[in-house]
Design a protein around this ligand. Structure first.
Ligand code: PHE
Length: 338
């Protein structure tokens, strides 16, 4: 009897291990441990053994029975907790707090660009766009850049295979828009521009907004009026403005517009290089050669043009001192805007 006991114990353990659910586990209990189970039967038959064998057989049987009962209890717990987990998984607990969806936010440059476009649309300007990959004629030639102008240099301009370049400013859109449309014109051209340049205030890709107006008898007074109105709307009416003579091949005369430094209030600081002023845009009266290049008669029409740096305005508005942060996609920065 003790020989089959080891076999029986091994078979029982194997069966217990295989019991994949509570039904099969119960079947196991009935078969082995229950009132009519094999072990119980064996215990009951001890009395039929010769008296000298009974003690040893009884001890062995009780040991196996105890072991199996322990294993059974373990397995039962395992299967029960598994079944509970499954049940939990299938039920929807409507009291659990939901996972909120993270809401995106607009890029600070989009916010600023939209605001600028809005201000000029309010003054009757229409939006025109041109290609980022531009030809040299539209980017330079038609804008009255002489052939040897340093801006054409490989150091400043990105040249593409196949003869095109990445536009270095939005001024070529002046040429495209004037060639397509007829005066009177009030046009703005927002877009990306590219220059081989990188430091705290320069990025190889940045944004400009070009604007121009062409009609009979447009003068510098219109240029000043429109730009001062823009600066007031964008920065507030208390901000100081100054026009400083400058040079661009495609405007004559030319002026750069500065505003009183927002960081130090005009006293002079590192952001304004101690001058108390910050440059925000370039502008001027459209050069007669440019008007001729698009087929206009410079005796009959005149115009002004300006180009402003969108990053520059955003940096002033949000008091950001490094241009690269706009393009690093750092969520800690981007999440501060809405
Ligand atoms: N295109 C000039 C620049 O990128 C800006 C400008 C535009 C100046 C229009 C005058 C008129 O610096």
């Amino acid at each position: 009897m003790l020989n089959d006991l080891e076999q029986l114990s091994a078979a029982a353990r194997a069966e217990l291990k295989d019991a994949a659910d509570l039904d099969r586990l119960n079947q196991f209990r009935v078969n082995y441990l229950g009132r009519k189970g094999v072990l119980t039967q064996k215990l009951n038959s001890i009395k039929d053994l010769p008296p000298e064998d009974r003690r040893q057989a009884g001890q062995a049987l009780n040991r196996v029975k105890k072991e199996l009962e322990e294993l059974f209890a373990q397995k039962e717990q395992e299967l029960q907790s598994g079944a509970q987990a499954k049940e939990r998984g299938q039920k929807i607990d409507v009291t659990i707090p939901g996972f909120g969806l993270q809401r995106g936010s607009r890029h600070p440059l989009s916010i600023i660009l939209e605001e600028i476009v809005d201000i000029f649309q309010g003054m009757g300007f229409q939006v025109e766009e041109g290609p980022d990959a531009e030809d040299e004629y539209h980017n330079f030639g038609a804008l009255n850049f002489p052939d040897e102008h340093p801006a054409r240099d490989m150091q400043a301009t990105f040249y593409l295979d196949g003869g095109l370049i990445l536009r270095t400013h939005t001024s070529p859109v002046q040429i495209r828009a004037m060639s397509k449309l007829k005066p009177p014109l009030r046009v703005i051209c927002p877009g990306r521009v590219y220059r081989c340049d990188a430091d705290t205030s320069h990025s190889p890709m940045f944004h400009q907004l070009e604007g121009f107006m062409v009609d009979t008898r447009i003068t510098f007074v219109h240029l000043k009026g429109v730009l001062m109105e823009f600066v007031k709307e964008f920065f507030g009416s208390e901000v100081k403005t100054r026009f400083r003579p400058s040079f661009f091949p495609f405007t004559e005369p030319s002026a750069e517009v500065d505003i009183g430094c927002m960081i130090c209030g005009g006293k002079g600081c590192s952001a304004c290089k101690q001058s108390g002023w910050m440059e925000v845009l370039g502008s001027g009266m459209i050069h007669p050669n440019v008007l001729k290049n698009v087929g206009y008669d410079p005796e009959a029409v005149s115009g002004f043009a300006f180009g402003l740096g969108v990053e520059r305005l955003a940096m002033l508005r949000f008091r950001i001192d490094h241009i690269r942060i706009f393009f690093e996609n750092d969520l800690r920065f981007l999440k501060q805007f809405y």
